[in-house]
Design a protein around this ligand. Structure first.
Ligand code: ADP
Ligand code: MG
Length: 245
């Protein structure tokens, strides 16, 4: 599904990703672990197509097509979702309107009609409820006045509504208390299917107790330096990055 080859990315003239390789197949959950500053968010943002992230070499293929040729909204249309490490507040735009517009844009991209208002309300109420979000929060402005954990939960509601093929979740676990972590993990597990893939970016092992990854990668200084099974996450927690990599 996702094939990244020798990816080099510059931000503000500094090389952050320095030759990263990664292959994720449909049906798989991969965890990318690394200390602050390793370049994890740079990878996530580059996959999503955020500007200011300049790809100076290498390639990203998504389902066989050149992802780097596509605009961010086209990437979403193709089925990519990015759950932000730091979700943005959007005053003046209600959560409901935001999600409905996003969903209908994706449907339009794929040649489908808009979802009716009634059908959409049914969908979003169900997803919010599954993820433990109060229905009242859907009416509020996107993330405005939300706690850190509520913002992360809101990202998961967006993911559930958009139902992406590839979800890139950038430290979705940070800022969640243990109950919220369990609920969010259930949301991630519900998104886990034979035809979807998930890239979990985290620097804590605790999320991986709830969402068991097929592959764990260790990222240091802009590269993946080691990959293994889920036992690698436990080893990292125990011994630290310096000893494992
Ligand atoms: P991680 O998510 O693993 O903590 P990041 O990808 O956020 O790492 O950052 C990797 C490095 O790139 C850091 O040294 C950070 O300061 C730098 N960096 C990231 N984004 C920017 C930016 N927009 N401008 C300048 N430097 C950046
Ligand atoms: Mg980050």
């Amino acid at each position: 599904m996702l094939k990244i080859n020798d990816l080099h990315v510059h931000v503000d003239g500094t090389e952050i990703l320095k030759g990263l390789d990664l292959e994720v197949k449909a049906g798989e959950v991969h965890a990318i672990m690394g200390l602050n500053g390793a370049g994890k968010s740079t990878l996530a943002n580059t996959i999503a197509g955020r500007d200011d992230y300049e790809v100076s070499a290498g390639s990203i293929e998504f389902e066989g097509q050149d992802l780097l040729e596509l605009e961010p909204h086209e990437r979403v249309g193709e089925g990519i979702f990015l759950g932000f490490q730091y979700p943005v507040e959007i005053p003046g735009v209600s959560n409901l309107n935001f999600m409905r517009t996003a969903l209908n844009s994706v449907r339009k991209y794929n040649g489908e009609d808009d979802m009716s208002a009634a059908e959409f309300m049914k969908l979003i109420r169900a997803k919010a409820s599954e993820l433990g979000m109060d229905a009242e929060m859907l009416k509020r402005f996107v993330n405005v006045g939300f706690s850190g954990g509520e913002k992360k939960r809101n990202e998961m509601v967006q993911m559930a509504v958009l139902n992406p093929k590839l979800a890139v979740l950038d430290e979705t676990d940070s800022g969640l208390d243990i109950d919220a972590l369990r609920i969010v993990s259930e949301g991630i597990n519900a998104q886990r299917r034979d035809d979807t893939a998930i890239l979990l970016i985290t620097h804590y092992q605790r999320l991986l107790n709830y969402v068991q990854p097929d592959v764990v990668h260790v990222m240091i200084d802009g590269k993946i330096v080691k990959s293994g099974g889920k036992e690698l996450a436990a080893e990292l927690e125990e011994k630290g990055y310096a000893d494992v990599a």
